[in-house]
Design a protein around this ligand. Structure first.
Ligand code: SAM
Length: 258
């Protein structure tokens, strides 16, 4: 609890995001990153490797982007910043909440790395907005990466609507629309990387697919399937019912994407 309070105090958060509880979530995540660093090390390494593989493909393309726009990067836990700085002139770390590591990186690489407070869903200020219309466009001249963010995008907006008494089915459709709008916006830029949790895994039960139909849609829209890995999200000792996530990276642009 005290650790989370300290982590909370160190975060800069957009007011609309804070009202919905995203600052609390980010503080809890920062503490879990520290506590579970051994168990999560492989997931972090895999995420970094997938980002780098996608960025290198794009950097080798004839229309190579000179900037990077990395969404969900406010804690800077899973972004290989130094390596990406060799590939891009400027890097925008995009999030609603920023921790000390991101702020230090922006100071150390002033003019090349920026913290960009930005709601990529466009609904946090006003949950009544239609997610498809609200989602802001992404910069078409950048390599755009969405880093373990998709499942988080709809979580707290949906929780707030349920608290207000909205029907579950309506909220479920709303959450799916937020996610779809994010994927659509990412699909409109030529160079992109999407890292998602596609299933919940348990040792004693079949995988619970979180994003049914997504792989088919991405392939149809010209995305290339990247590596898959397992994330021991809630390892034994952390909870009574250990569970994990099956992860997958996708990319577009570079030598095999459209
Ligand atoms: C689960 S974390 C992603 C993992 C993260 N890359 C890390 O370092 O652990 C989700 C991130 O997305 C951010 N986020 C959630 N909703 C957002 C939104 N609407 N716009 C921008 N960032 C958002 C959160 O603040 C958080 O930093």
């Amino acid at each position: 609890m005290i650790e989370e309070a300290i982590a909370w105090a160190r975060l800069d958060c957009m007011p609309a995001a804070q009202r919905l509880g995203l600052r609390r979530e980010a503080a809890a995540l920062a503490v879990r990153h520290r506590r579970l660093r051994m168990q999560w090390a492989d997931h972090i390494a895999q995420t970094r490797a997938a980002l780098l593989a996608s960025a290198r493909r794009s950097a080798a393309a004839p229309d190579t982007p000179r900037r990077a726009w990395i969404m969900g990067a406010g804690l800077l836990q899973d972004v290989p910043l130094r390596e990406l700085l060799d590939l891009f002139e400027t890097i925008d770390l995009v999030d609603v909440c920023f921790g000390p590591a991101a702020r230090v990186a922006a100071r150390e690489h002033a003019g090349r790395v920026r913290c960009r407070p930005h709601d990529v869903s466009g609904v946090l200020e006003d949950l009544s907005r239609d997610p498809q219309r609200a989602a802001p466009p992404m910069p078409a001249d950048a390599w755009c990466a969405s880093v373990n963010l998709l499942s988080q995008l709809s979580l707290l907006p949906c929780a707030a609507l349920l608290d207000r008494g909205e029907a579950e089915a309506v909220v479920e459709r709303y959450g799916a629309a937020i996610q779809q709008a994010h994927i659509d916006a990412l699909g409109r830029v030529p160079h992109a990387c999407l890292i998602v949790e596609y299933a919940q895994t348990r040792t004693d039960a079949p995988n619970d697919v979180l994003l049914p139909g997504l792989p088919d849609c991405l392939i149809r829209d010209g995305w290339t399937a990247g590596p898959r890995w397992q994330w021991a999200l809630n390892p034994a000792g952390e909870t009574d019912e250990p569970s994990g996530r099956a992860m997958q990276a996708w990319w577009r642009g570079g030598d095999t994407g459209r």
